[in-house]
Write a protein that binds this ligand. Structure first.
Ligand SMILES: *[C@@H]1O[C@H](CO)[C@@H](O)[C@H](O)[C@H]1NC(C)=O
Ligand SMILES: *[C@@H]1O[C@H](CO)[C@@H](O)[C@H](O)[C@H]1NC(C)=O
Ligand SMILES: *[C@@H]1O[C@H](CO)[C@@H](O)[C@H](O)[C@H]1NC(C)=O
Length: 266
């Protein structure tokens, strides 16, 4: 018996004991397919999310979101707790759509002119689930998990600690996309995934996307991890006066911000 079959038996036992989630990996009625040697959920909704990425985004980004989904799926298949608790359909859609806020086209259907890119993607994906999910299957709680997993993926030092494992694990899966085998799943899975979905263009593409966001909506990037891209690559970009530091530190003499949001930080 392969280790993965042992863990699915454990997962089944655990899913009976725990309150079962719809579409968890331990649910034998859920349809699956295999991509790069990894068993993944295959529903019309997940296919629609895949098609949406493939129709609208550059190859480097498509490969990035597939890697996050497949790394996460490989980890779920290799861990009884995750198999019992993770809503694999929500996880798949969240991983696949988490970066739609990187669209650099004019009049993008995915991008606002005032919100962080993670929030754009969280809002888009929640609406995508409400519009395309089977009616009655997408409770507000399932959708909230996806919303929070996507919204927090860039601030993993918060998101990874969510008390809701479905939120924390979406964040964890997205943050698995760095070179090097991941301890959560066998190295063979890792090798198969990166053979099919290489890292080519990830660094350059990330630079382009973050620079574009800092240039087109700087106010949404001050005091976030995108700020250094603005400082380094965008002419005229100046976060001084827009940071919490500028109002929190009595020795700073920069002028007070002219625009207020509910938090008064930008
Ligand atoms: C298994 O998945 C089916 C199809 O989504 C769903 O109707 C059913 O409630 C799920 N069962 C469990 C125990 O999660
Ligand atoms: C399985 O995943 C859970 C949840 O992330 C974790 O706490 C646990 O340590 C993992 N088990 C193994 C054997 O890696
Ligand atoms: C403000 O400047 C004074 C003099 O340089 C320094 O002693 C003090 O620690 C500074 N306070 C803060 C909050 O940076």
């Amino acid at each position: 018996m392969k280790f993965s079959s042992i863990s699915s038996v454990l997962a089944l036992a655990a899913s009976v004991a725990a309150v079962p989630q719809k579409r968890c990996a331990g649910n034998s009625t859920v349809p699956y397919t295999v991509i790069s040697g990894v068993k993944v959920i295959d529903t019309p909704l997940v296919r629609k999310a895949r098609e949406l990425m493939e129709a609208n985004f550059e190859p480097f980004l498509i490969r990035h979101v597939y890697r996050t989904w497949l790394f996460g799926a490989a980890a779920i298949n290799n861990n009884a707790t995750l198999s019992a608790k993770i809503d694999v359909e929500a996880h798949a859609v969240a991983c696949l759509l988490h970066d739609v806020g990187w669209d650099t086209r004019d009049n993008s259907p995915f991008v606002s002119n005032d919100k962080r890119f993670e929030v754009d993607a969280a809002i888009y994906t929640a609406n995508f689930l409400r519009e395309n999910g089977i009616k009655g299957e997408w409770s507000p709680h399932r959708i909230q998990n996806v919303w929070h997993g996507i919204a927090l993926h860039g601030t993993s030092n918060i998101g990874l600690f969510s008390e809701e494992i479905n939120v924390a694990f979406i964040v964890e899966s997205i943050n698995m996309d760095y070179p090097g085998p991941h301890p959560r799943f066998p190295v063979e899975d890792y090798d198969h995934i990166i053979a099919d979905y290489s890292f080519d263009g990830l660094g350059e593409g990330t630079n382009r996307a973050f620079t574009h966001i800092a240039a087109t909506k700087p106010a949404a990037t001050y005091d976030t991890f995108l700020e250094p891209w603005g400082v380094a690559f965008v002419e005229g970009y100046n976060p001084v006066g827009h940071r919490l530091f500028d109002r929190g530190n009595p020795n700073v003499t920069s002028p007070p911000p002219t625009k207020r949001n509910v938090h008064g930080t930008y």
